[in-house]
Design a protein around this ligand. Structure first.
Ligand code: CUA
Length: 305
């Protein structure tokens, strides 16, 4: 819609540009100073009702056309109705990470929004409707390739939607200064094929395998014996904290610390040892675990996939 309007405006402006520049060049060439110029002032002519009418009425008509076309496009966009079955995602901005809920699917994750590919054909489109909220200060949701910026404001629900036509990973970040680690509040939108999205949903809903090796079991014990559970949630357990990201499917994510580093055994180890190393100022404290304990907690966390 915006594209069609933009092309129309460009064509009209290009036409005016060509006419004006053409006339200017013509006049400059045609009326340049002749060799036999006698230095006298040329005859001065004032007023021409026809020409004055032309340069008043034509621009008014052009402007009216542009105003009408633009208002229609704005109206179409404002009045667009979400399809009833649009995927609903609720996003909560935190200092400095993104909480991502799929209320209809019962999935909670963080820093990654997985959605199915949509279609240019409105009848087959599967857009994703986003409700944007903030838990502490103002943040701003910005994935430049998919949608304009929309602020996340405490005590106010904002809305946006995305409708991607190509699969892939789209990068975004917080676009409203929100404190020390604002720059490391990154997010990714991962657009799947329809089947790929179904698979992702099925995996997110599946319970992870119970810890089995002695190290994993020890890590599980340590995780639940320390205050990890006050801030983090692990599905089907007493860990129901909501201050930090839900860890139920931690290892399915691509990054740690809202994009501060790729998620792998090494970065996870460093994070559990002391989060302040990778992300200074973040609200997860150094739990002062010994290396052996960190090994165990990491082994347990790695079962969450
Ligand atoms: Cu959140 Cu900047």
């Amino acid at each position: 819609m915006i594209h069609v309007t933009a092309v129309l405006v460009l064509l009209i402006s290009a036409f005016i540009f060509v006419v004006v520049t053409g006339m200017l060049v013509y006049v400059v060439v045609k009326f340049r100073r002749p060799e036999n110029d006698d230095g006298n002032e040329p005859p001065q002519i004032y007023g021409s009702t026809n020409i004055e009418l032309a340069w008043t009425v034509i621009p008014i008509l052009i402007t009216v056309v542009l105003v009408l076309v633009t208002s229609r496009t704005i109206g179409e966009i404002q009045n667009m109705k979400m399809p009833e079955d649009a995927l609903k995602v609720r996003i909560v901005g935190h200092q400095w990470w993104w909480e991502v809920h799929y209320p209809d699917l019962g999935i909670i994750t963080a820093n990654e929004i997985h959605v199915p590919i949509s279609d240019r054909d409105a009848a087959k489109a599967t857009p994703t409707h986003l409700t944007l909220q903030a838990a502490d200060v103002m943040h701003s949701f910005w994935v430049p390739q998919l949608a304009g910026k929309t602020d996340l404001i405490p005590n106010k629900d904002n809305e946006s939607w995305i409708d991607p036509y190509e699969t892939g990973v789209y990068f975004g970040n917080c676009a409203e200064y929100c404190g020390t680690q604002h720059a490391n509040m990154l997010l990714r939108v991962i657009v799947h094929t329809k089947e790929g999205f179904e698979k992702w949903v099925a995996n997110q809903k599946a319970e992870p395998a119970a810890p089995s090796t002695p190290e994993e079991i020890e890590g599980h014990r340590l995780f639940f014996a320390n205050s990890c559970v006050n801030c983090h949630k692990v599905s089907d357990s007493v860990a129901v904290g909501v201050f930090g990201p839900d860890l139920s499917k931690l290892m399915t994510r691509q990054t740690i610390g809202a994009g501060v580093a790729p998620l792998n055994g090494e970065t996870l180890w460093s994070w559990v040892r002391d989060p302040q190393v990778l992300k200074p100022g973040c609200f997860m404290p150094d739990m002062k675990l010994h290396d052996k304990e960190v090994d165990a907690v990491v082994a347990y966390l790695e079962t969450l996939k």
